[in-house]
Design a binder for this molecule. Structure first.
Ligand code: HPA
Length: 239
């Protein structure tokens, strides 16, 4: 049984799936994190891998990695199918975000504990209600505990439909309300997890900053800092 967007068979995915946006990053993560990784799907160039954790405290445990593509409609399709058809219990989005709050710097890791959104997708879920899109507390606590001495912040992010457009005044209001960073998927992922009674968390690396004049990370820096965030994501996978 495959789905319109996933050619894997039931049982091909582990209970926990790490989900970067970028298909190439999913491949690199599978090569670096997993032993015996096998490709279980690649519909529309979106790869999914399953293997066992190669090293560290969770070595030998089954883990999957699948890309989400960009934006809330895309992650909603893949997350819905993983929860509904493949027995997945936890999805950890691992991605980049633009810093908003003066409290975060480029290179920091942010746990998106709650996600505001400009999208209407969650507004449709509970009629007449502004949906509260939140991460799984146990998973967030495990990620925070795995951070040790590293600089990690947990708080709200904004999941935006737009990368290149924002309403005048919106950014200032976000700063006033303590929003840490902007990305494009977490709120929808949390909505899907709530729908299926499953767990989700966004572990975000700050790759650029919207309100501070700091240089953006180079591709190499981005990749090495991103690797550091993966320890937190793996801890959340097995919380
Ligand atoms: N906006 C939205 N998503 C992002 C950004 C941004 O500035 N940076 C990294 N992901």
């Amino acid at each position: 049984m495959s789905t319109p967007h996933n050619s894997a068979e039931p049982g091909d995915f582990a209970p926990a799936v790490l989900m970067p946006g970028d298909p190439k990053r999913a491949e690199r993560m599978a090569a670096s994190l997993l032993a015996d990784a096998r490709r279980v799907t690649e519909v529309r160039g979106i790869p999914g891998f399953t293997g066992t954790v190669a090293a560290g405290p969770y070595a030998g445990r089954d883990l999957s990695i699948m890309a989400s593509g960009m934006g809330m409609p895309s992650i909603t399709i893949y997350a819905t199918e993983l929860f509904r058809f493949y027995g997945v219990e936890r999805i950890i989005r691992v991605g980049t975000a633009g810093g908003i709050s003066p409290l975060v710097d480029v290179g920091d890791v942010v746990l998106g504990f709650g996600a505001h959104t400009t999208s209407s997708m969650n507004e449709l879920r509970i009629p007449g209600t502004h949906f509260a899109a939140v991460a799984d507390l146990r998973m967030a606590a495990a990620a925070l505990a795995a951070a040790g001495e590293r600089r990690v912040q947990a708080g709200t992010v904004i999941s935006s439909d737009h990368f290149y457009f924002s309403i005048p005044g919106q950014l200032d209001a976000m700063i006033r309300h303590g929003v840490l960073a902007v990305e494009m998927e977490a709120a929808a992922l949390y909505g899907v997890a709530a729908e299926f009674g499953k767990g989700a968390l966004a572990v975000l690396t700050i790759s650029d900053h919207l309100t501070k004049d700091t240089p953006d990370m180079t591709a190499d820096e981005r990749e090495s800092i991103f690797q550091g965030a993966l320890d937190l994501a793996v801890a959340a996978a097995f919380a």
